[in-house]
Design a protein around this ligand. Structure first.
Ligand code: ASP
Ligand code: MG
Length: 415
């Protein structure tokens, strides 16, 4: 069995949907499972639709129209006007409209999942019909009934046993199956989601449960690069990466694959291909249990707009005793991810990606017990397999705020 994942950029208009169908045809296997994200940047449009409505109770109709028109245009590019794909879309769009107005309960995350998941619903319904028109008979599966999670909305945790049961119930021995990435469901029937960019993870969950032979993520780049070509002059494409290297790079912020994707694949030794949907004939990158990294070049990840918080105990108590776990719990509760940390005896520094809502909230909570200082507008460089020359080159004329190294990785926080 083979698992394919197509992200938003690969299904952003009529022509790209046709391209997806061609790719599926040319790699067709006896049993395939295809995971698709919302079309183009639609997830942002759904977020935009509900964010202000949640706070103000005023819905700007034009925000709904944006979503409607975007999909409607793609439908007209692919189907004659009397095609059932239109009626299906109109019906689901009415469901969206009533969910927006009637679905507001007490929890924003629960509401978010219910609404934003329509992006994947629209995309997979449309692609289901297009593949059929194109001669690729396929079974559309509802991910809310396939991937079962707890009710931790917006970042749900997978129930592996229940998901395994469901997958065996719904996925047969042969044929093409199509489902939504990012979307899942809890046992009560509520829609949940796996976190932004979570479709890669959906595909990996299904690959794991199905014991797939391989998984392919189709991207607008032809593989996993050693750095972002927009930020560095010398970049190389990795032909091969180990699971270990890939999980480290994804963790530090390489955006090619979602960091949670690697773990289920590694556990079952399922190789992951990262390939280009624009140039599918190119080799791409293979990520596997093989420990080789080819070529053996340093990898760079840059995170801009970092926020440094320095936290000190007021009573001169040691930071690692009790305080650290407390600070990390606060971070987890507010939902901020620590990109780098450094301790001294009575203080610790946390580097976080800037967030105009969560950071002030975090500072306020920390100030109840600690002295807190901050510094903003910093850049965090992470280099795997660094050399001294590389470090000097990156430092350049910048002021160094923090440097952390171990044998393989250096992190530089620069002003
Ligand atoms: N559509 C979702 C997002 O944009 C999930 C994904 O694309 O992976 O975050
Ligand atoms: Mg994506």
């Amino acid at each position: 069995m083979r698992i394919f994942k197509f992200g938003g950029a690969s299904v952003k208009d009529g022509a790209s949907v046709k391209n997806v169908s061609q790719i599926i045809r040319s790699y067709k296997e006896d049993k395939m499972l295809i995971v698709v994200s919302a079309m183009g940047k639609m997830t942002n449009a759904f977020e935009n639709l509900i964010e202000s409505y949640w706070l103000t109770d005023i819905l700007e109709e034009k925000k709904l129209t944006v979503i409607y028109s975007f999909h409607h245009k793609i439908l007209t590019e692919l189907f004659p006007l009397n095609h059932i794909a239109f009626t299906d879309f109109e019906k689901n769009f009415e469901l969206l409209r009533s969910a927006v107005f009637k679905g507001k309960g007490d929890s924003y995350p629960a509401y978010y999942d219910q609404i934003v998941s329509f992006g994947e619903l629209f995309s997979t319904r449309l692609i289901h019909y297009y593949l059929e028109e194109d001669g690729l008979f396929n079974t559309w599966l509802d991910a809310r009934k396939l991937i079962i999670t707890n009710s931790n909305f917006q970042n749900a945790d997978v129930d592996w046993d229940k998901t395994t049961e469901r997958v065996h119930e719904f996925v047969g021995e042969h044929g093409i199956y199509l489902t939504q990435g990012f979307v899942a469901g809890d046992v009560l029937g509520n829609t949940t989601t796996l976190g932004r960019e979570g479709s890669d993870y959906s595909a990996a969950i299904l690959a794991y449960v199905c014991d797939a032979k391989r998984m392919t993520i189709w991207k607008d780049v032809d593989g996993f690069y050693s750095a972002d070509p927009n930020q560095f002059d010398q970049v190389s494409k990795f032909e091969k990466l180990s699971f270990h290297e890939a999980i480290e790079l994804a963790y530090y912020g390489a955006t090619v694959v979602h960091p949670k994707t690697i773990q289920p694949l590694r556990q079952k030794g399922i190789p992951l291909w990262v390939k280009s949907f624009v140039e599918p004939e190119k080799m791409g990158t293979i990520i596997s249990s093989d420990e080789d990294i080819v070529p053996e070049v340093p990898a760079f990840i840059v995170k801009k707009n970092q926020f440094l918080i320095s936290i000190s105990t007021r009573d001169f108590s040691f930071i690692v005793e009790k305080n650290l776990s407390k600070i990390f719990n606060i971070c987890a509760e507010i939902g901020v991810k620590v990109n780098l940390m450094q301790n001294t005896a009575v203080s610790c520094s946390l580097v976080l990606s800037h967030d105009t809502v969560k950071i002030p909230q975090l500072m306020e909570v920390l100030r109840q017990d600690y002295d807190v200082k901050y510094n903003e507008g910093l850049d965090l460089y992470t280099v795997r397999h660094y050399t001294e020359e590389i470090i000097q080159e990156i430092k350049g004329n910048h002021r160094m705020v923090i440097e952390e190294r171990n044998q393989r990785t250096v992190q530089l926080l620069l002003k």
